[in-house]
Each structure stands twice: as C-alpha cells, then as structure tokens.
Design a protein around this ligand. Structure first.
Ligand SMILES: Nc1ncnc2c1ncn2[C@@H]1O[C@H](COP(=O)(O)OP(=O)(O)OP(=O)(O)O)[C@@H](O)[C@H]1O
Length: 335
C-alpha cells in the first residue's frame, strides 16, 4: 500500500505537487493520470525517495521507502522512460543489480524470460531501442519480486504485443494481492488496465475513484435510439429534463433519460425501435473534462487533413514551420 499525506514538492517558486493525500490499495491496478507537468513523475520520485518532499510524507507498506531493509523486494519501479545507456549487456545489468541486493541468478533468468528479452540479453544496453529499454526497466522493477510495483509510462515505446503484455502483467501482479501504481497518457489503454484512478492537475487531485465512477461523474451518459418513427418519438421524449438531438435520419441521441426509459415511452406509444443503445462517455472524454482547467501546455488546433495547400499532413509531426495560416503550437509556462 502507498499512502501520501499532504505531499508537497516545490522547485523554487514552482509548486509541482500541492498537498496531495491519497492511498494506493493492494489488489488492484491504480492508474495515475494528469496532463504534462501535472506532477505525476515528481510524486513517483518522492514515493521512491528520489526527491524529498517540501512538506508532507509518503510511505510504502507503512514506511518511507528509504527505511525498508530490503527495498527491491518491497517496491519495484520503472521511472525513467528511456533506455539505460551503458556498455553492459542487459543480463549483466540485471545481474549487477541482483548481486547488490542478494537476488539469485535464477531470478535474473526468470525476469529476462518474463519480459521477452532472451534473444537480446547478451547485447549492449546502449544499442537498445526505446521499447527494449522499457522491457529492461520493467525487468529490473520485477527483479525483487516486489509487493508494490510503480511504473511511470511503462508502455511508452512498446509495440502492440508489449502493450498487451504490460496490461496482462500488471493485472496479474494486482491479482496476487500486490499494489500496482502506474501512469500513462494512453487513455484507451488505461481504461482497460486500471481498476482505480487518481487524476491530478497542476499538482492537485482533481478526481479519484473506480474507473467507471470517474468516467460517469465527468461525462454525460446518453441513449442512441433508431426508429422509423424517430420524429414522433423525439416529440414524446423531449421534456424539461430530456434533450433529444437527431444524429441522422431515423437516429436520435437522448440526454437525460435511460435506455429503459426511452424503451417504455416508445412501447407505450406503439413506436417501433430498430436500435436502443445506452452510451457511456470514454475515459478520454472524462480526462479532457476533468483536466481542461489545469492543462499548462496547450496545443493549437491543427487544420483538418487536406484543407491546407499541401493536402494532408505527411506525418504526425507538428506543423512547424506552419505551411498554412495555423500558428505553431504554443507552450504556456516553462518547464
Ligand atoms: N528538477 C526539477 N526542477 C524544477 N522543476 C521541476 C523539476 N522536476 C519537475 N519540475 C516541474 O514540476 C512540474 C511537474 O513535473 P512532473 O515531471 O512531475 O510532471 P508529470 O505529470 O510527470 O509530467 P509528464 O506527463 O510531462 O511527464 C513541471 O512543471 C516540471 O517542470
């Protein structure tokens, strides 16, 4: 279990983490979300004793990290989102780490195999791709078979197989009753991986709870209903608390009612339905709505594909220098 009480970190005049209190429970995957610069990495570094809180405290399994006699078996962490640049091979890197913590060579082989590094275990880590470096970082985090796993952006740079593997790994680790705390900017991945969420913005907690609750509170549910008598149905449904929007001929979006409610109204009026679908918001929508006030690093909207003189943008690169009238992305505030 990780427990933070009024945890605060200031760098000069910048308050990176602003008096947050939270508990990360064992037995579930807790996702840590927030826009760039929200304070996620700083919080994780304080948990690992790599940054000293300006005030407040954070403990892992009841003690500050540094006070654990055998920290690697207590907490495994991946905090650097880049490969370790070293002339050592991956296996030797893990062996060295294991040796200083009294961990067996057998465990080194186990984590090499678990993370899919067998074929490159003898290669110099310096030549690793981002994804292989991530796998090595995760292997190091797993080395002590820790009760608590902290992963900062673990899927960054991983291929789809790697992303799926991380998802299954953290779910498995949590199912063993261990504590898992991970950050990611990939909302779709977090939605299918985490059980519980802590969302921060500008160093403060803006939402916390089970994933479904966070999404339900921050988005509005609606009902999609398809009917050959859509206009008549819209008339009957519309009321002080119910809004109906036609999406296309014969298809309505109903806000303020439920699928059973819409079905009852239709049945009472003898209206035929071809579709009745409850729609819930996505985690991405919830995240945008929860953090819109706290985003420090804003991007400007890009022109839609094909609208500029050069046609669709050639790649995902930002439009700098701008080929159209769109200004280049701005950065507010300094990191
Ligand atoms: N060593 C440091 N010195 C000064 N400011 C720092 C330092 N480390 C972090 N900050 C600032 O603290 C704030 C929080 O940074 P942090 O890296 O914790 O955010 P984050 O949520 O992990 O962001 P990202 O999603 O971009 O990784 C940022 O404004 C950052 O610029």
């Amino acid at each position: 279990m990780i427990e933070a009480q009024s945890l605060t970190k200031r760098y000069g005049s910048k308050t990176a983490v602003d008096g947050i209190s939270f508990t990360v429970q064992p037995g579930k995957v807790t996702g840590f979300l927030g826009p760039n610069g929200a304070g996620k990495s700083t919080t994780m570094r304080m948990i690992m004793g790599l940054d000293r809180p300006t005030s407040g405290r954070v403990t892992v399994n009841g003690k500050p990290y540094a006070e654990h006699a055998s920290p690697l078996t207590e907490v495994g962490a991946l905090l650097e989102a880049k490969a370790v640049h070293t002339g050592r091979s991956a296996r030797n890197h893990l062996r060295a780490l294991a040796a200083t913590h009294g961990i067996s060579e057998k465990r080194v082989d186990e984590v090499v195999e678990m993370t899919g590094l067998q074929s490159v275990a003898k290669r110099r880590v310096g030549g690793f791709s981002l994804g292989m470096g991530q796998r090595l970082g995760i292997a190091a985090a797993l080395l002590g078979d820790p009760r608590t796993l902290i992963l900062d952006e673990p899927v960054n740079g991983l291929d789809p197989e790697g992303v799926l593997w991380v998802r299954n790994l953290v779910k498995y680790v949590a199912s063993q009753g261990r504590t898992v705390f991970l950050s990611s900017h990939l909302m779709s991945e977090m939605a299918v991986t985490a059980d519980h969420l802590i969302v921060i913005g500008r160093g403060r907690i803006v939402a916390e709870g089970p994933v479904q609750d966070v999404v339900a509170r921050a988005t509005s549910a609606s009902v999609r209903v398809r009917s050959p008598q859509a206009a008549r149905l819209a008339e009957l449904l519309t009321g002080p608390e119910v809004t109906v929007r036609p999406l296309e001929p014969g298809l309505l979006e109903v806000l303020g009612s439920s699928a059973p409610g819409v079905g009852e109204v239709a049945a009472a009026a003898g209206i035929t339905l071809h579709e009745l679908t409850p729609m819930t918001g996505s985690l991405e929508e919830a995240f945008m709505s929860l953090t819109q006030e706290t985003v420090e690093y804003h991007s400007t909207a890009l022109p839609s594909a094909g609208s500029g003189p050069g046609g669709p943008p050639p790649s995902a690169a930002p439009p700098a220098p701008a080929p159209t009238s769109a200004p280049a992305p701005t950065q507010e505030g300094a990191r």
